[in-house]
Design a protein around this ligand. Structure first.
Ligand SMILES: NC(=O)c1ccc[n+]([C@@H]2O[C@H](COP(=O)([O-])OP(=O)(O)OC[C@H]3O[C@@H](n4cnc5c(N)ncnc54)[C@H](OP(=O)(O)O)[C@@H]3O)[C@@H](O)[C@H]2O)c1
Length: 334
């Protein structure tokens, strides 16, 4: 196993900073670490007591890396990732640029790490919202064949990046100081302090938001089953970090609640809370390496159960998943 040269594009952003924290926490080995940014806003970051100036990414430097983490934007990923992968660099992309590309694996290591091969050097990480669902219900799907999923999400503001989070803080602070919510930049479509709204991304002609489309498509791709019907309402809520989901899941085969509990307890990457009073919240899962499943109930509908799920969008929904993919690559291919 080599000590790879790693590059991070977007190191000063919300996910980038978490990635750096995890590299240190999990002692991810490297011989050199290079950091890149837009060159416009975040000028430098501190990592292990060293100051790293963020420069604009360029192919000449990136190609000298063994692994490149893309945690900036779709445009940047589209500009560099395919070419780098063709030149033999492992590219782990957190943006949505390649998730729908049939040739690019969409990976949550606990579920489908085995799709990664020497031939697929560009790997996409999934949207942070569906991760708790994809992880917690995968083993149930394997055993009882999930046919239909209905869900409502309660998504943290950090899921929309640093500018959105700053806007949330500004609105909240303005209310505390003046009694009125002031809006500085219109980063989000509506006021987020003391409010919620059912819009994450823009709407298509059928009224589906960008996020709802991602959730529906990506769960099918990660589970490798195009036949599942999903319907999602994606809602933004005034929470700093941690996405929550209320999900209703219908299976083809029948089960007992006891059967489901048994599977949930054994599901890799998921922590199950059986007692209803122990339900989990976004605060509880902050910086946790697992997604949490609680409030399991049988509904009145045939073969249907519901669950309350929480996961840290910046950890398992983004940076942690990327690090786990990198750890897998390191162990198997480098
Ligand atoms: N936030 C989440 O929960 C989450 C979850 C899953 C996936 N993702 C995805 O992860 C990526 C990063 O999200 P984020 O929340 O970290 O966003 P963010 O806080 O807005 O950070 C974006 C970072 O990208 C940098 N950047 C922007 N344009 C660039 C360019 N042309 N070249 C190089 N760097 C550039 C920015 O640099 P400056 O600071 O200099 O502007 C910033 O450091 C996005 O693709 C997002 O969709 C996010």
């Amino acid at each position: 196993m080599i000590r790879p040269v790693i590059s991070i594009i977007g190191a000063g952003g919300m996910v980038g900073m978490e990635l750096l924290e995890l590299i240190e926490k999990r002692k991810f080995p490297y011989s050199e670490i290079k950091m890149f940014g837009s060159g416009k806003k975040t000028k430098y970051v501190f990592f292990k007591n060293k100051k790293y100036f963020l420069k604009e990414p360029n192919l000449e430097e990136l190609v000298k890396s063994d692994i490149v983490f893309f945690v900036s934007s779709d445009e940047v990923s589209k500009k560099f990732a395919k070419e780098l992968a063709q030149k033999g660099v492992w590219c782990i992309d957190d943006s949505s640029a390649f998730r729908t590309d049939e040739k690019v694996p969409l990976v949550i290591p606990e579920i489908n790490g085995d799709v990664i091969s020497e031939k697929t050097k560009l790997i996409a990480g999934p949207n942070c919202t569906l991760t708790p669902l994809a992880i917690s219900c995968y083993q149930i799907h394997k055993k009882y064949k999930i046919k239909e999923i209905r869900m409502a999400t309660y998504q943290a503001v950090s899921g929309a990046g640093r500018r959105a989070l700053n806007e949330f803080f500004y609105e909240t602070e303005s209310f505390v100081k003046t009694g009125k919510v002031k809006i500085k930049e219109k980063v989000l479509p509506k006021q987020i302090a003391f409010n919620i709204f059912p819009q994450v991304g823009s709407f298509d002609e059928n009224g589906l938001s960008g996020e709802e489309k991602k959730v529906e498509f990506e769960v099918r791709k990660i589970w490798g089953d195009k036949k599942i019907d999903l319907s999602c309402y994606a809602v933004r809520v005034p929470v700093v970090r941690g996405h929550s989901l209320a999900v209703w899941v219908k299976t083809q085969k029948s089960w007992s609640i006891g059967n489901l509990k048994e599977i949930l307890y054994k599901t890799d990457g998921c922590k199950f809370y059986e007692k209803h009073e122990d339900y989990q919240t976004p605060v509880d899962v902050s910086k946790k390496y697992y997604v949490a499943a609680s409030r399991l109930k049988k509904t009145p509908f045939k073969n249907e159960f519901s669950l309350w799920l929480c996961g840290d969008n910046l950890y398992k929904g983004a940076a942690l998943n990327s690090i786990q993919i990198a750890e897998f690559i390191l162990k198997k291919f480098l």
